[in-house]
Design a protein around this ligand. Sequence first.
Ligand code: ZN
Ligand code: ZN
Length: 336
Amino acid sequence: MRAAVVTGFDKPVELQEVPIPEPDAHQVLVRIEASGLCHTDIHAAHGDWPVKPGLPFIPGHEGVGIIEKIGSDVTGRAVGERVAIPWLGYACGTCAYCVSGRETLCESQQNTGYALNGGHAEYAVAHAAYVVPVPEGISPAEAAPLTCAGVTTYKAVKVSGLRPSERAAIFGIGGLGHLAQQYAQIFGGETIAVDVTEEKLRLARELGAAHTINAATADPVAEIKALGGADVAIVLAASPRVLEQAHASLRRGGRLVLVSLPKDNAMSLPVFQTVLGGITVIGSIVGTRTDLAEVFQLHAQGRTKVIYETRKLEEINRSFHDVLGGTVPARLVFEM
Ligand code: ZN
Ligand code: ZN
């Protein structure tokens, strides 16, 4: 099969011909139809994070395809089913986090496209218990971005406790932000989209944003405060300055949800404003299998719109370049 293989953190990704993997007793073999490109793939391929993936490996944690083989001990999944293979590739299923519905916090978890080979290939094996069925009526190319960008932002809105009539500010309208905004609206929130490009703000307006703010030409804190402040701020831009602006834009009782991972790994947190304002700061990491099933359900009901552009797997290095340059519409999806 053809696969995009990372052979070194300072080398371009190589398109290689490698053997089709065999599923073990608890795994399924999936023929990949579409695989979304997440910024995390680029961090993985460049070895940017403290715990690096072992080399060589196949990135990708938005793989969607058809089950072609199942391991001898697999129950509940069948050949011919369309499934998604998310970032949470495996969790232990027995620790306190797993049994309390917080499997994304499992300390024994293994992540797809990082510790486990991922979806940027013609085939992938995955732990049967951690793939999520894709309902009828959702195309593979739309299911792919929902598998990470969708579930991550859906979870962020969920943990924010956003209520109808509250105001949610979304900082960064890209692959994740355009979905975060839609989920905030589904939860009944009035949305404020903040970005630095007019094109993305136009998209936010088309998707129903009540207010848009261009942070390149206006001060988002002053603008949001003038609207009465945000009850919830969700940050998808990987910059400490944006995190600090999001904090400052909250009204009293507000919740700041951190999703993006800035390289510098720090933000300054004004303690007085946090304490006196009763501000909550929440870290949110991807979502569970149940969260992803809910994301798919909402999309099957026609309640979300996924903005994406398809590419060939051969274009992976150019696609990395385009994502880093911020020149892509929302999400890139490789079609196999
Ligand atoms: Zn991702
Ligand atoms: Zn666990």
